[in-house]
Design a protein around this ligand. Structure first.
Ligand SMILES: Cc1cc2nc3c(=O)[nH]c(=O)nc-3n(C[C@H](O)[C@H](O)[C@H](O)COP(=O)(O)OP(=O)(O)OC[C@H]3O[C@@H](n4cnc5c(N)ncnc54)[C@H](O)[C@@H]3O)c2cc1C
Length: 343
């Protein structure tokens, strides 16, 4: 374990902005989490653990503590029966490589989460989801280093507090648990229809030559995503910058009195989720290039803010404020930022 000093945080966020981390370490084993946390505690320094930096915006003021990047590798498939597989995955595994591996093994459960950037260990943090699947549906437990006890512990999925793009790891578990591995419950065989509407549409346009296997869904999701989203390895972005707002059914009725064509997905609890991308488009932010800040919206998905030549996180936040104010003024809806502003 090698702790180094004064590292640019811009290299640890796919938005490529932010100040300096005073101390930095790459964590390769479970025991190194304990060692790194003890090292920081002895010096009274705060710690943050990250994976791929794809859901993080760093403050320009940087981080006066120890940044730990999780690189713990592990992949064990405990086949309980021919059908039921419990797969334990090191938190530092690249998520899409994990999806590819489970799909190649003929397992269903996470194929719709293909091509989501980042690490396996971060997937429970915001309960990642896409194309009709979310990690909460297959996650059995999280293995984490508990800073309070100084030990590894297993947290069952029921104790993770999962809801739409949310878990306890963003709130009361924050700064206490560092995730070292996750265990998923996957099933051998093919996914059942109906598939998510965009996937159904893709399969109607590109009919599969055989049964709809996890691989067919993975390939469809990859094709849809590649057509719509910028690749963060070449274009600086954090994916969807705003969460889809959820409003009451009364609020939706009021909004539709003015905006009759406002799209919405009805939720089981009676509320409605409104696509934030539609709100941005209506507020004039489709393929928008902001010369003042060097930020833009991605042409095929306005929800993705792209750093074209921003100089600082202050530029990004100024562009965000402009969008939030416009949407608020037009619809009375306050958009919430999805990537986390750290520290
Ligand atoms: C182009 C693009 C598309 C995206 N599409 C989607 C999508 O479809 N659906 C979706 O849900 N998300 C999406 N995202 C967001 C992002 O990919 C996910 O949130 C992903 O899980 C983040 O992984 P990461 O390793 O990069 O996490 P990071 O950005 O490194 O960290 C995110 C948060 O998790 C915490 N964290 C990370 N690892 C650990 C750990 N081991 N222990 C404790 N805390 C940890 C960090 O402290 C931070 O709070 C997209 C992002 C991009 C850039």
């Amino acid at each position: 374990m090698q702790i180094i000093e004064n590292v640019s945080l811009a290299n640890y966020s796919t938005m490529r902005l932010g100040g300096i981390a005073r101390y930095f370490v790459e964590i390769q084993t479970r025991d190194e989490v304990r060692q790194a946390v003890s090292w920081a505690a002895e010096r009274n320094l705060p710690t943050i653990m990250i994976g791929g930096g794809s859901n993080i915006v760093w403050q320009d003021s940087g981080f006066e503590g120890l940044l730990m990047v999780n690189r713990i590798k592990d992949y064990v498939d405990y086949a309980e029966s021919a059908e039921n597989h419990f797969v334990t995955i090191g938190a530092g595994e690249v998520w899409d490589t994990v999806v590819a591996r489970t799909v190649a093994a003929g397992l269903t459960g996470i194929e719709a989460l293909s091509l989501i950037p980042g690490s396996a260990g971060a997937t429970p943090v915001q309960n990642v989801g896409a194309y009709g699947q979310e990690i909460a549906q297959t996650l059995l437990s999280v293995e984490a280093y508990d800073k309070t006890s100084g030990r590894l512990t297993n947290i069952p999925a029921e104790a993770c507090g999962f809801s739409y793009r949310h878990s306890n790891f963003q709130t009361e578990y924050r700064d206490r648990f560092y995730i070292t591995a996750i265990t998923l419950s996957l099933t051998a065989g093919n996914p059942y229809p109906p598939y998510y509407s965009a996937v159904e549409q893709y399969l109607a346009d590109h009919p599969a030559s055989g049964p709809i296997t996890p691989l067919v869904i993975r390939e469809a999701v990859i094709a849809i995503r590649q057509a719509k989203l910028p690749d963060p390895t070449t274009i600086a972005n954090n994916g969807s910058f705003f969460a889809n707002p959820i409003v009451s059914s009364d609020a939706l009725t009021d909004l539709r009195a003015t905006y009759a064509d406002m799209p919405a997905w009805l939720l089981e609890d009676g509320r409605a989720k409104i696509p934030a991308a539609w709100l941005l488009e209506q507020a004039g932010f489709k393929d928008y290039h902001d010369t003042a800040t060097g930020m833009a919206t991605w042409p095929s998905q306005p929800l993705v803010l792209v750093n074209e030549h921003a100089k600082s996180t202050a530029d990004l936040l100024a562009f965000k404020a402009k969008i939030v104010a416009s949407v608020e003024q037009k619809f009375g809806i306050t958009l919430a930022q999805e990537p986390e502003l750290l520290p």
